[in-house]
Design a protein around this ligand. Structure first.
Ligand code: ZN
Length: 266
């Protein structure tokens, strides 16, 4: 990218290193290949992030918070304590509930950090301050879009989640890499198979999740195109969903799919 912010030629895409945290969370180191400056997305705890920084020889220059839940921001202050002035970015909505936040962003805001160009998309639904960060061909979706699923509606409405998933995130290029906040793929694929039996993309997702689990490997990243093919929450406009849930309104259908998933034990 040029200093004036205009792109030219093929862009160097960021390298993304998943950092497993807590029981099933992911933090992510994001940096340009060849640069040691790195961002971390959603550091729920400092230990695994510090270990990954040391392992990869990277220098932390900023934190991005997708939302205020402690299993996404619990490591902010410990990581910032030994790095004076470390920027911590979160939604303006979460001004008073993301620890250590230094930079507040609104929908559509862009900024440059660690040699990377970051674009913010507000995605209310799981929480009202949820934001996704687009960096090159990657998007960090926190607990809004999971592989094969979405987050619970703790604060937002089905209509908000529909807009976030099926309008805003769905508009990203199909080959955009999707990095989400939790490893829930196996369970999500089992639920998806109940909602939409006979969908080959869901069968493939279940097989992929099973193989990853056996090899103790993450299922991230997915892509936007793959999510549109196998994620029930992004498929609520399909005729079979209208029939199963008895509504022509996709936001209403999404709410019903979400309620069914909330009670799913599989
Ligand atoms: Zn959350």
């Amino acid at each position: 990218m040029r200093q004036d912010g205009l792109y030219w030629g093929p862009m160097t895409q960021p390298r993304v290193v998943p950092v497993p945290c807590l029981s099933d969370n992911y933090a992510y180191l994001v940096h340009l290949p060849g640069s040691t400056d790195t961002l971390v997305v959603d550091p729920s705890e400092p230990g695994p992030v510090e270990a990954a920084l040391a392992q990869h020889g990277l220098t932390l220059v900023g934190i991005l918070a997708t939302h205020h839940h402690m299993d996404h921001v619990g490591g902010n202050e410990a990581l910032a304590a030994s790095r004076e002035g470390l920027p911590i970015v979160a939604s303006k909505y979460d001004e008073n509930r993301v620890p250590g936040v230094t930079k507040l962003v609104n929908d559509g805001d862009t900024f440059d950090i660690a040699g990377l160009h970051v674009r913010c998309i507000t995605v209310p639904g799981h929480t009202l301050g949820a934001v996704s960060f687009v960096i090159g061909d990657a998007v960090f979706t926190g607990d809004t879009l999971f592989i094969g699923g979405c987050g619970r509606l703790f604060e937002g409405t089905p209509a908000q989640m529909y807009d976030s998933l099926c309008v805003r995130l769905a508009a990203l290029p199909g080959d955009t890499r999707v990095y989400c906040g939790h490893e829930y793929t196996a369970s999500n694929a089992r639920f998806a198979a109940v909602v939409e039996p006979g969908n080959d993309a869901i069968t493939k997702l279940a097989e992929r999740a099973k193989a990853a689990g056996q090899n103790k490997e993450p299922t991230v990243p997915s892509t936007i195109a793959a999510e549109l093919a196998h994620n029930p929450f992004m498929r609520v406009r399909e005729p079979s969903y209208k029939a199963r849930y008895g509504s022509d309104d996709p936001a209403t259908v999404l709410g019903k799919v979400r309620a069914e998933k909330d009670n799913f034990r599989g």
